[in-house]
Design a protein around this ligand. Structure first.
Ligand code: SAM
Length: 284
């Protein structure tokens, strides 16, 4: 069953509301879910009357408009910036708006590519790298769940793993991540992908999407023994996409070379760069 989500707004929607107020509109169409859909709201002297009966004060709209890096949950009495500090991993996570799907900032660094693209288009390139995405799919690192959600459009089943429970909490407040909780094809596991993959049976997955943090933060997920596990749990003829990073950068080039060498050592064949999605593809 779908959960009813409170409205979530960013500076993009706040700007629409403030412009409409200036133009003395009484009703305006605006998104209350970061651009997924559009709803009509009423403008009053005191603020914006939302469909759930909540009056969002103009001072609150102005606070949202002034923050270009944050997304705000409109709760019954307040507005709350969507951010969580993870005590376990000593990191601050926050949802950052873009013209399309939001990304997540991990201690200030965006989780998706946003230069010249947006998180949703970035996701599509990763999925296209192993198209057709079918059968049982493993998404090794969930993040905001965009790769898992996109894969679930054509796959039979998607399993997605996330290390930090605080990331799952951010997803609960992100309208674009809701299928992680609603889509019966998607199974979420909280754990370390390094340990979790060792538990899957041989040859289970038709496709693996491996979109880890950068090498310097998650070296285990770039190691030959981890790749051996990915090879073991992939079906014969199954395909892997491995995100690596900008192939034009010096570090991206070096990491790509090392990743390709270790994937081959782990048994993968047809190991090729896939620069369009900043990654590498391989087959079993
Ligand atoms: C680049 S993001 C993944 C983005 C994701 N594909 C999406 O569509 O939003 C990497 C994620 O991996 C998580 N992570 C880091 N180390 C991990 C591990 N060892 N096992 C599972 N997840 C991990 C991070 O917390 C982060 O959420």
């Amino acid at each position: 069953m779908k959960r009813a989500m409170p409205p979530v707004l960013s500076h993009f929607q706040a700007a629409v509301l403030l412009t409409a107020r200036q133009q003395k509109e009484k009703v305006v169409a605006v998104s209350l879910d970061l651009g997924l859909s559009v709803t009509e709201v009423q403008l009053t002297e005191a603020g914006v009357l939302l469909p759930n009966g909540r009056l969002l004060a103009w001072t609150q709209v102005e606070t949202i408009a002034a923050n270009e890096l944050g997304c705000f949950l409109v709760t019954e009495a307040e507005i709350e910036k969507i951010q969580i500090f993870s005590e376990q991993f000593n990191r601050l996570y926050s949802l950052m708006p873009t013209m399309g799907a939001p990304t997540m900032l991990i201690s200030g660094i965006p989780m998706h590519r946003i230069k010249g693209t947006d998180p949703y288009r970035d996701t599509l390139t990763k999925i296209q790298a192993v198209a057709p995405v079918m059968g049982d799919v493993l998404d090794t690192t969930m993040g905001l769940g965009y790769t898992a959600i996109e894969a679930a459009k054509t796959a039979d089943r998607v399993t997605t793993i996330e290390l930090d429970p605080a990331v799952v909490e951010i997803c609960r407040h992100n309208p674009w991540s809701q299928q992680l909780f609603d889509n019966p094809k998607i199974t979420r596991i909280v754990g370390d992908a390094y340990d979790v993959v060792a538990e899957f049976e041989d040859g289970r997955f038709s496709r693996i999407i491996h979109d880890p943090p950068v090498f310097s933060l998650a070296g285990d997920l770039y190691a030959t023994d981890f790749y051996r596990q990915l090879y073991r749990i992939l079906k014969p003829k199954g395909r892997l996409f491995h995100y690596v990073g900008d192939p034009e950068s010096k570090s991206g080039r070096n990491v790509t070379r090392g990743v390709m060498r270790r994937l081959q050592a782990a048994g993968f064949t047809q190991v090729r760069p896939y620069p369009h999605a900043f990654g590498v593809v391989a087959r079993k």
